[in-house]
Design a protein around this ligand. Structure first.
Ligand code: A3P
Length: 329
């Protein structure tokens, strides 16, 4: 477990850490086994040393390209359903992208120059979305006494790889000069790097297994969901999410179709069809179209991008790394 004192000089420490520049869109630095975007180290320092958590904070955590956008939409719609009924024409999710309704935690702090005040004025309960690995979170989030809850979504590594490869190419073409723009970044290169754990917040399997282990140890504080289960049984997973974060659906709400309305509001097809998600843009240290977050939204699309041999290689690396952990994708 990382103690906050280890993070006091993160901004100064970052340039001394191993560097990886082959994984667009960000240069990565390896810290405690994870490849973290270099630009986020000042934010990590802030989060550890100055950020004030509230017992009601709810962290929505994912490895990148594993369902962050969907989880944000579902969490926001669930928590705010009294003020904003999901079938309402003017629901915020119909007018703003999910990433505007629930902000990214560490990138927002980084974009504010490391200021701890970014979320200070947000009403409770705050929904905060993070890609930070569990072992790099501060104790004031992870300690039982903090009261904070964490919802994690995991996804099959092969689909995560493909989604991430396609997204990274779009992101690095976004036009900002500070983003990495490698001359070549084929799926073969992305696979090799991914298998070596070299990708944003990688290794992916270690990111996943840390949250899974914590969900086993402290199920009342960490809820572990799977993207593929959510696709199969969205209503069941929304109810699980609502129960866990302390916003359970009443019998009347269920009978009135509120759960189904949230599922529909947040469905891939619906969100993707909205004007704001077709033409809007997101600022997260770089500018990217909201539409980049809605590609296909299915399980198993990897088959269209990587060969059975490549899939077997990744499955082998992941299987080996997870041996003895008790976790299986
Ligand atoms: P694909 O690229 O496989 O289509 P993240 O939100 O963590 O960036 O992950 C993006 C992945 O989630 C993309 O996967 C995207 O299409 C998918 N996605 C986005 N919104 C979704 C939704 N409402 N339901 C299901 N999948 C969604």
């Amino acid at each position: 477990m990382a103690t906050s004192s280890n993070f006091m000089d993160m901004a100064k420490l970052a340039p001394t850490l191993p560097l990886e520049r082959r994984c667009p869109p960000f240069p990565l630095r390896q810290f405690r086994g994870f490849w973290m975007p270099e630009g986020l180290f000042p934010a990590l320092e802030t989060i550890h040393s100055r950020f004030q958590t509230r017992p009601s904070d709810i962290f929505l955590a994912c490895f990148p390209k594993s369902g962050t956008t969907w989880l944000k939409a579902l969490g926001f719609a669930t928590v705010n359903r009294r003020e904003h009924p999901p079938s309402g024409e003017d629901h915020p999710l119909r007018l703003h992208g999910p990433h505007d309704c629930v902000k990214f935690f560490e990138p927002s702090i980084a974009a504010a120059g490391g200021s701890e005040d970014v979320f200070a004025a947000f009403p409770s309960p705050r929904l905060l979305s993070t890609h930070i690995p569990y072992s790099l979170l501060p104790e004031h989030i992870t300690a039982d006494s903090s009261g904070c809850r964490i919802v994690y979504v995991c996804r099959d590594p092969k689909d995560t790889l493909v989604s991430s490869w396609l997204f990274s190419k779009k992101a690095s073409a976004a036009g900002n000069v500070e983003l990495l723009k490698p001359a070549s970044y084929t799926i073969n290169e992305a696979l090799e790097l991914f298998c070596d754990g070299r990708c944003v917040t990688g290794p992916q399997w270690r990111h996943v297994v840390e949250y899974w282990e914590e969900s086993q140890r402290r199920p009342e504080k960490v809820l572990f969901l799977r993207y593929e289960d959510m696709l199969r049984e969205p209503a069941r997973n929304v109810k699980k999410l609502a129960d866990f974060i302390g916003y359970p659906f009443s019998g009347e709400e269920e009978a009135a179709g509120v759960v189904d309305a949230i599922v529909e509001l947040c469905s891939f097809d619906h969100l993707r069809s909205l004007e704001v998600n077709k033409t809007g843009v997101l600022e997260v240290g770089f500018t990217i179209g909201n539409k980049s977050f809605f590609r296909k939204g299915v399980a198993g699309d990897w088959i269209n991008y990587i060969s059975p041999e490549m899939a077997a290689k990744l499955d082998g690396v992941v299987g080996e790394a997870l041996r003895g952990s008790g976790f299986r994708f």
